[in-house]
Design a protein around this ligand. Sequence first.
Ligand SMILES: [Zn+2]
Length: 195
Amino acid sequence: MKFCSNCGGPLVLRVPPGEQLPRHVCDRCGTIHYRNPKLVVGCVPQHDGRILLCRRAIEPRRGYWTLPAGFMENGETLQQAAARETLEEACAAVQVGSLLAVVHVLHAEQVHVFFRAVLPAARYGTGTESLEVALFDAAAIPWEDLAFPSNDFALRRFLEDRAAGRDAHHFTTIDRRLRQAAGPIDAPAAGGVAQ
Ligand SMILES: [Zn+2]
């Protein structure tokens, strides 16, 4: 962030009076520009025991498989965001169900939220952000070619819960800042998600 979206003036990074963290401050108009985590919302659409995945047509992680998910818009609920993203990426109309997973992706400044979802009919297509959309049996999920660690977490918890006959929800934190400090990165790169 370099310029003020209010007046176009240059921004400086400093701790405003009464605050604890450095902020982008505009000295011309006095506006403080706060940066907060973005919400990414998706679902695990299930049809007849199989799971709908999309192969990404866009960076980051083009060519890798993902659950339908994307940035939440103003004026919609989490469930509406999950359904909208599934419609956009997989041309699939799902019924969004229970909360499955909340993943804090600290290095990306994002929170990923996943729901269970039902795809009533096997009707889907390839949205503009996807190269390919397909239903997978649990045994055929392309674990090595998943785009993001949060998807891996959500899918594994989904399958465990399904096998156990429960609808639990799960929390985890992914923080690659710590791994970078500690040594080589052992997980696939994931700098962001679909727009
Ligand atoms: Zn300004």
